[in-house]
Ligand binder design. Structure first.
Ligand SMILES: *Cc1c(COP(=O)(O)O)cnc(C)c1O
Length: 540
């Protein structure tokens, strides 16, 4: 074989050389360089097609070419700015009179008066916001002031100094322990190994769980190019984690019930997979993913499974006790390696409090950062922040202990009943359909006959703040104690809004429906991404 090919190759080389020798020596240097570059481009193009799909790649190529046409880029940028300005209801122009430097003489306690004035300008958040503030109901004044007092009592503490602030160190351990006990830590099979920390919110809990899973899998299986697989409904915090921690992210469509599709997820598992994810429930539609199925998958491949209980952590354990049919969702499921649960949502604690939990200490150790070579001394810190607000830990501790199991049970009963009433009311509006089967207190709905975002604009004009969703276009309300007394008001406003849109379809002046509608249809997701970044850049 070789002997017959070799002379041919030599002959080919020779003729190529004599051909090339006609050119300047410079070309001889440039030619291999160009072919190397072309090969690189082709290779990365193949990679992009593999990751994003052919359609998305073609769109990116097309848009890149279009923008090269003189004037087109400027036109697109101007149009983009118009959208950003529209999204930006409190644009830069609204900043007239805002301070840009310190007053030369301090205002003393006069600042408090100014702050009261500013507070008046906030939207009315007591009552009509989806999620947002979870404390509410008859005794809410008492709960708000209890938390305020607890926080102010510990406003100057910092658990970074373990030896100084023994109080908040104990509070944190107890908040974590009490939360773990709600989520399966007392079960024999868990072996008393479940451990965790308090964080600043659901996002930080998820970031840490992803980081720990990545490093645990590196230690255990030597995975150096980590990948993770999440259902389309999983929170955006996993995108943040993937970007921060250099993990390749696969986002997999959900099944017909809007749950994580374990079979589809399985297809993406490979030797680099470190983590799969389920939510109980997911933020968009309030549907619990099949955690047991995901647990089996994770166990059989020896990879991590994070369950996002940011919304469900302080509801599902109680809803189950009340007799609602709640499928398994916590550490009692084999294969679950970590859990996030937000105390600052249904835990009715102050904002800035969440819990991340691990099945055992071996996994959690990968969350910590220890530094031995710093002239500032030996250093070790458990979470992302260095110094941490002891006040919030104290606030969470106060919230949990003041309510106790009976308090949470009673609140869960109220919000579950309100959600069922609300679901029933939405079902009775023939133009609307509910997305999936809500397991808890989040109700998402859309329409095939009217523009649901126009309905949302009208609801907004009536003082409601709901969350717009996509795939499919819909809106949701996350029912809290604030809504318990006003479910009927909501249903009436919803019915009226639907009727208005039905009679008068078309954009509401000043509404955002056209933008949400268009943003869903723009095939160039890179452009939508740029829009969002410009919006944020204008907003803060
Ligand atoms: C709210 C939420 C998060 C993120 O929590 P933040 O506290 O906003 O950082 C993550 N997952 C789910 C399901 C949530 O509802």
């Amino acid at each position: 074989m070789e002997s017959s090919i070799l002379p041919a190759v030599i002959r080919l080389r020779a003729s190529a050389n004599s051909f090339l020798s006609q050119f300047e020596p410079l070309v001889l240097v440039v030619a291999p360089l160009v072919s190397f570059l072309v090969a690189q481009i082709v290779q990365s193009l193949i990679q992009v097609v593999h990751e994003k799909g052919l359609k998305a790649t073609l769109i990116v190529c097309f848009m890149t070419c279009v923008k090269l046409v003189p004037g087109v880029k400027r036109y697109i940028d101007a149009e983009k700015q118009k959208v950003v300005d529209k999204l930006q209801s409190s644009g830069k122009s609204k900043r007239d009179g805002w301070r840009t430097e310190l007053p030369s003489t301090g205002l003393g306690s006069g600042v408090l008066e100014q702050m009261k004035n500013e507070k008046q300008k906030d939207a009315a958040w007591q009552g009509k916001c989806s999620g947002t503030v979870y404390i509410g109901g008859n005794e809410s004044e008492g709960h708000f002031s209890l938390i305020n007092e607890a926080c102010s009592m510990f406003a100057h503490t910092n658990p970074l100094h373990l030896d100084v602030f023994k109080s908040v160190v104990r509070f944190e351990a107890e908040v974590v322990g009490m939360t773990a006990a709600l989520l399966g830590s007392k079960e024999k099979a868990c072996g008393g190994q479940i451990c965790g920390n308090m964080t600043s919110g659901g996002t930080e809990s998820i970031l840490l769980a992803v980081k720990s899973s990545r490093d645990y899998m590196k230690a255990k299986k030597n995975i150096t190019c980590p990948e993770m697989i999440i259902p389309e409904s999983a929170h955006s915090a996993y995108d943040k984690a993937a970007q921060y921690f250099k993990i390749k992210l696969w986002r997999v469509p959900v099944n017909k019930e809007f749950q994580a599709d374990a079979k589809a997820i399985k297809k993406y598992i490979n030797k680099n997979t470190v983590l799969i994810v389920g939510s109980a429930p997911g933020f968009p539609h309030g549907v619990i993913d099949p955690i047991e199925e995901l647990g089996e998958l994770a166990s059989s491949y020896g990879i991590c499974l994070h369950v996002d209980l940011c919304l469900g952590g302080f509801v599902l354990p109680f809803a189950r006790k009340l007799g609602y049919p709640i499928p398994p969702f916590d550490f009692s499921v084999q294969g679950v390696t970590s859990i996030s649960a937000d105390v600052h949502k249904y835990g009715l604690a102050p904002k800035g409090t969440s819990i991340v939990l691990y099945r055992n200490h071996e996994i959690r150790k990968h969350q910590f950062v220890a530094v031995t070579e710093w002239s500032g001394g030996l250093y070790v810190s458990p979470t992302i922040a260095g110094s941490r607000p002891g006040s919030l830990i104290a606030g969470a501790w106060a919230a949990m202990l003041s309510l106790g199991q009976e308090g949470y049970l009673e609140h869960t009963r109220e919000i579950m009943e309100a959600s069922k009433r609300l679901q029933k009311g939405v079902k009775e509006i023939p133009e609307l359909f509910i997305i999936g089967r809500p397991d808890m207190t989040i109700v998402a709905f859309g329409s095939i006959v009217i523009d649901i975002f126009e309905v949302n604009d009208i609801l907004s004009s009536k003082g409601w703040h709901l969350n717009p969703l996509q795939r499919p276009n819909s809106i949701h309300i996350c029912v809290t104690l604030q809504h318990v007394p006003i479910v009927d008001d909501f249903l009436k406003d919803l019915k009226d809004s639907v009727q208005t849109v039905k009679e008068n379809p078309g954009p509401v002046s000043g509404g955002l429906a056209p933008i949400y509608g268009a943003a869903g249809k723009i095939p160039d997701r890179g452009m939508v991404n740029e829009l969002l970044v410009d919006y944020m850049d204008n907003a803060c």
